[in-house]
Design a protein. Structure first.
Length: 215
């Protein structure tokens, strides 16, 4: 019975990631998710309590392994850098590349994960703020500190604005990488992780290194 319950929970979560990524929170129904997962409606309440909790768990389940990889890479880079800051280009690459790589993956679940992460930033869902922000806080702080070492000449408030713009651009890119050919009339390829990373790193570095704003 325990194995069956774990399998049911896993199926619900996998289908939920796909549906939320493709249709958003409001465009997805619990009935459709359970039908595609081959379980009854009560299973969502049993395993996740509600549609809101299911969405939060779907988003967390794709962020956790990615965040672990990114932090491990940053820690290794910090060890190699010794007493010097990790180069800004490398910090940005570690921050963004794993997310872009899942977009370019041939695994459908990875592509859905990327769309879910990016799409969650464009659909205002107040209920995810507490759970996701708490989970992301330590991770975000670690990278913010590494980036801040390269932006000491600007005020703390201006740095936070710039960091917000960079993170916003990252989320937008994740939500649109799959349709870049359509959006650019063929000038850019869809899900091109290499080119996306290269351009994003340059954009982010330029943003952080830009002259201080005069008000």
């Amino acid at each position: 019975m325990q194995t069956s319950r774990r399998e049911a929970r896993g199926r619900i979560l996998a289908v939920a990631i796909e549906h939320f990524a493709s249709h958003g929170y409001h465009g997805s129904s619990v009935r459709e998710i359970t039908q595609h997962a081959g379980v009854n409606l009560a299973a969502v309440n049993y395993h996740f309590r509600s549609k809101e909790s299911l969405y939060c768990e779907a988003l967390s389940s794709v962020l956790r392994p990615l965040n672990k990889i990114r932090l491990q890479r940053l820690d290794r880079s910090a060890e190699l850098a010794g007493n010097h800051p990790v180069p800004l280009e490398l910090v940005i690459e570690i921050f963004a590349a794993p997310l872009f790589e899942i977009c370019g993956s041939s695994t459908p679940l990875n592509a859905c994960a990327a769309k879910l992460i990016g799409g969650s930033m464009f659909e205002p869902l107040p209920f995810i703020q507490e759970s996701i922000l708490m989970e992301q806080q330590a991770f975000t702080t670690r990278f913010a500190q590494a980036i801040r070492l390269h932006a000491r000449r600007i005020s703390a408030s201006e740095f936070m604005w710039r960091l917000s713009f960079v993170v916003g651009a990252l989320h937008h890119t994740l939500a649109t990488m799959h349709r870049m050919e359509e959006m650019t009339q063929g000038l850019c390829k869809n899900n091109d992780a290499g080119q996306t990373t290269a351009h994003f790193v340059q954009f982010a570095v330029n943003t952080i290194h830009a002259p201080a704003t005069t008000m």
